[in-house]
Design a protein around this ligand. Structure first.
Ligand SMILES: *Cc1c(COP(=O)(O)O)cnc(C)c1O
Length: 454
């Protein structure tokens, strides 16, 4: 599909004099004064110009409304520039050569690791292992920590609302070790039942695996409290932070998390890279996950000795350009400020929920928002007698609105909710109230369209 860039007054990233231009340069991230003084303009309107992909028409001449951010986020021009600049100026292999470019690439790769560490407040950048994505990070923990620490009868506590990436690796580890998976249900408010969690935790519990923010229910778990409960019975905690790290302040030391995973592509960075945070004493005691170059200390024909973390877990040539891109994404997010992103998205999420709830015959999953209950910036829903895939297809083809339909990699949860699939609209900070308005209008028209065939 050819990108048609409309001539919008707000489409200013091409203008070198625009105040928004500061986002386009990886080095200029200091202008928060400007941001806070433009309260009249929403964060969505302020940042949209930085995302070239959003300014196009799809399926003929429909203005694109992108509401599939929980599946993947879009990338600002500063990230695209960082990728191009890396390949134009510094591309080389890391940690290997003594030449100028190799030193430069190594420096940039390690700088990206430092940026990730600072972003989630890890105490040391050696606690950050780069992986292909969050899924690989969870598998790393399951194979390395899991296979060497779990034994028959040990228990792993998860919720039925976990993403498949956080369930399947533990099924495999359980099959190999004889450990048992214990699943936490969701309660009548459609959030994981924390009363049940306390009952499930015991001295047998070796690991708790839970999402921070649900990619279906939009519920937010009080992770600090949960980590404390788990530690009280001697269990470790792996936090699936895929839907929290891109949207709010996440502080691994504040949470006291043992392991935490996220994916770059959901936080405005490139695909192909994610990360594992692990407490240094845990990582130091873990055996390698994959063997090869980069992860060794010495190699003999009959055995090898291994490098210290994080290299021990980064066999082979890593995703260097992608790491640089992730670093640029973190610069961009940090320039805006995660607290500001969170506040804006919380307001936009409320606006989405309030408007969606008035659509006839709709069922929105997850907790009802209230003064004490905040939802993540997404809504999964179904409309009576309309298949969510049909809904998503018409929204896309007739209105240019991109939402997700399916089980969102959470089949056990959908089974529990009594459906095979749901539709999901998910927001990021570059979305606006107009995006929500366009979506709601398109949805109402689509529902009327289907009702004609009833
Ligand atoms: C997206 C997602 C994952 C998996 O991320 P990948 O990038 O596909 O590895 C895991 N958990 C949650 C909650 C997610 O939203």
């Amino acid at each position: 599909m050819e990108a048609v860039v409309p001539k919008l007054a707000s489409f200013t990233f091409l203008n070198p004099n625009s105040p928004l231009r500061r986002f386009s340069s990886p080095s200029s991230s200091s202008c928060l004064c400007l941001l806070s003084s433009t309260d009249a303009v929403s964060l969505g309107h302020l940042t949209r110009p930085d995302f070239p992909i959003l300014h196009q028409q799809v399926n003929g001449s429909k203005k694109l409304v992108y509401l599939d951010n929980a599946a993947t986020s879009q990338k600002p021009i500063s990230v695209l520039n960082a990728l191009q600049n890396y390949y134009e100026a510094h591309n080389s292999n890391v940690h290997r050569g003594v030449h100028y470019l190799s030193a430069k690439a190594t420096e940039e790769y390690e700088l990206a690791r430092k940026k990730v560490a600072a972003f989630i407040n890890a105490s040391d950048s050696r606690e950050i292992v780069f992986t292909r994505n969050a899924t690989e990070a969870i598998n790393l923990v399951a194979y390395s920590w899991g296979l060497s620490n779990l034994k028959s009868g040990d228990e792993i506590v998860l919720s039925i609302a976990e993403h498949h990436s956080a369930i399947v690796p533990w099924q495999i580890a359980a099959q190999k070790t004889g450990a048992v998976l214990k699943f936490l249900d969701i309660n009548e408010d459609e959030v994981p039942d924390l009363t049940k969690l306390r009952e499930l935790l015991s001295r047998k519990t070796k690991l708790v695996v839970l999402h921070h923010v649900s990619n279906v229910l939009a519920s937010v778990l009080p992770m600090e409290v949960i980590v404390n409960w788990a530690h009280n019975v001697g269990a470790k905690v792996l936090v699936d932070a895929c839907q929290s790290v891109p949207h709010m302040v996440v502080d691994v030391q504040g949470l006291d998390a043992d392991f935490l995973v996220a994916s770059s592509h959901k936080m405005c960075g490139p695909t192909g890279i994610g990360f594992l945070y692990g407490k240094s004493d845990l990582l130091s005691a873990m055996p390698p996950f994959l063997g090869g170059g980069e992860m060794i200390s010495d190699v003999f024909l009959d055995h090898s000795t291994y490098a210290d973390p994080p290299s021990r877990f980064e066999a082979g040539t890593p995703a260097i350009g992608e790491a640089v891109g992730l670093g640029a994404a973190i610069d961009y997010l940090s320039a805006i400020g995660m607290q500001r992103i969170h506040e804006y998205e919380t307001e936009l999420a409320k606006y989405l929920y309030e408007n969606l709830v008035s659509v006839p015959n709709i069922r929105i999953y997850g907790p009802k928002p209230s003064e004490n209950v905040h939802r993540g910036a997404l809504c999964s829903f179904n409309i009576e007698d309309i298949h969510p895939t049909d809904l998503a297809t018409i929204l896309d083809q007739q209105h240019g609105v991109a939402i997700r339909s399916g089980h969102h990699c959470a089949q056990p949860l959908h089974r529990h909710l009594g459906v095979n699939a749901s539709a999901r609209a998910s927001l990021h900070f570059y979305n606006t109230k107009e995006d929500v308005d366009d979506f709601i209008q398109a949805l109402n028209e689509t529902v009327s369209f289907f009702n004609m065939f009833k």
